[in-house]
Design a protein around this ligand. Structure first.
Ligand SMILES: CC(=O)N[C@H](C=O)[C@@H](O)[C@H](O)[C@H](O)CO
Ligand SMILES: CC(=O)C(=O)O
Length: 270
C-alpha cells in the first residue's frame, strides 16, 4: 500500500478538460516546479479529444520532468472497443517514451465503459511504458480481475471512488487518488494505517464517517464545483470559481456541507 494522492494534475478536479493547452502546460510546469523535493509523484493528465493536442501535452510533460502521464478515454467520438482505445493511448504514450503511463478510467464522466481487465491483457506489448490505472469506477469485480491477472507485473492500481476505498484495499488496490483527499486526506491516511495494522473495525469507522459526509453532499448535488467549495472552507485557500459550464456551489450548499463536516466525531477525538 502506498498512499493517498490528491488528484491528477489537470485531471477532473483541476478541470483540465476545460483549460486551453497553454493553461494546461503552465499548470503542469508549476506543479512539477513546486512539487520538487516535496511530492513523491507528479502525474500530469494529458488526455484530450484531439490526438495531436494530447501528444503535444505528453511531450511537454516529458520535457518538464513529470513523473508520470495519465490519459482518459476520448469522450465525444468514443472508442467502441479495446483495439480503438489502445490505439489512441499508444499514440499518446509513445510521445513520452521514458515516462510511466497511466490509464485514467473514469466511465461516469467519459461514458467509455470498456473493461479494464480486457484493456490490460497484453498492454505492455503495445505500451511499454504502461505503469498502472487510476480506477474511478464502482465495478470492483473488474478491479479484482485486473489485480489478480497482473500479479507478476509491477502495475499500480490507484482507486478513485473515495467512498468505497476500503473495499478496493481489501482486494489489493495499491493506493488511492481522489478529490476528497484534498480535505479528507489525513483521515483517509488514518484509515490506511488501520487497514495495514490490521484493525478493520477502526478502518471501517473511518470509511463509514467519510462515507456519511459524501452520502450527505451527494444528495445535495456534488460535483467539482462543490468539491472546490469544500476545499476552500477547509483549507482557507480560495480555489476560485469553476469554469462554465460548471457554476459556483450555492451558499446553502456551503453552509450545510460545513455543518455536516464539523459535526463528525472522528475516532482520533477530533
Ligand atoms: C467521478 C469522480 O469525480 N471521481 C473522483 C475521482 O476520480 C472521486 O474522487 C470522487 O470525486 C469522490 O469519490 C466523490 O464521489
Ligand atoms: C480526483 C482526481 O484524481 C482528479 O481530479 O483527476
Amino acid at each position: 500500500m502506498c498512499c493517498v494522492g490528491l488528484e491528477t494534475v489537470n485531471g477532473t478536479t483541476g478541470e483540465g478538460l476545460s483549460l486551453n493547452i497553454q493553461e494546461r502546460k503552465q499548470l503542469a510546469e508549476e506543479w512539477v516546479y513546486q512539487g520538487k523535493d516535496k511530492l513523491d509523484h507528479v502525474i500530469v493528465h494529458v488526455g484530450a479529444l484531439s490526438l495531436p493536442e494530447s501528444q503535444e501535452l505528453a511531450r511537454h510533460a516529458a520535457d518538464i520532468g513529470a513523473s508520470g502521464i495519465a490519459v482518459i478515454a476520448p469522450f465525444f467520438f468514443k472508442p467502441t472497443n479495446k483495439g480503438e482505445l489502445i490505439a489512441f493511448l499508444q499514440k499518446v504514450a509513445s510521445e513520452a517514451p521514458a515516462v510511466p503511463f497511466y490509464y485514467y478510467h473514469i466511465p461516469p464522466l467519459t461514458g467509455v465503459k470498456i473493461r479494464v481487465e480486457e484493456l490490460l491483457d497484453g498492454i505492455k506489448e503495445q505500451i511499454p511504458t504502461f505503469q498502472g490505472v487510476k480506477f474511478s469506477d464502482t465495478d470492483l469485480l473488474d478491479l479484482a480481475q485486473c489485480i489478480n491477472k497482473n500479479e507478476r507485473e509491477q502495475f499500480a492500481f490507484l482507486y478513485g471512488v473515495d467512498e468505497q476505498l476500503l473495499s478496493a484495499l481489501a482486494i489489493g488496490a495499491d493506493g488511492a487518488v481522489g478529490s476528497t483527499y484534498n480535505y479528507l486526506g489525513q483521515k483517509t491516511n488514518l484509515m490506511l494505517q488501520a487497514f495495514a495494522k490490521p484493525d478493520l473495525a477502526l478502518a471501517r469507522k473511518y470509511q463509514f464517517l467519510t462515507g456519511a459526509f459524501l452520502n450527505f453532499v451527494i444528495k445535495l448535488g456534488f460535483g467539482v464545483a462543490q468539491t472546490k467549495a469544500v476545499m476552500t472552507f477547509v483549507s482557507g485557500i480560495p480555489m476560485g470559481p469553476p469554469r462554465l459550464p460548471l457554476v459556483d456551489a450555492s451558499e446553502e450548499f456551503i453552509l450545510k456541507a460545513k455543518a455536516k463536516l464539523d459535526s463528525i466525531v472522528w475516532p482520533d477525538g477530533d
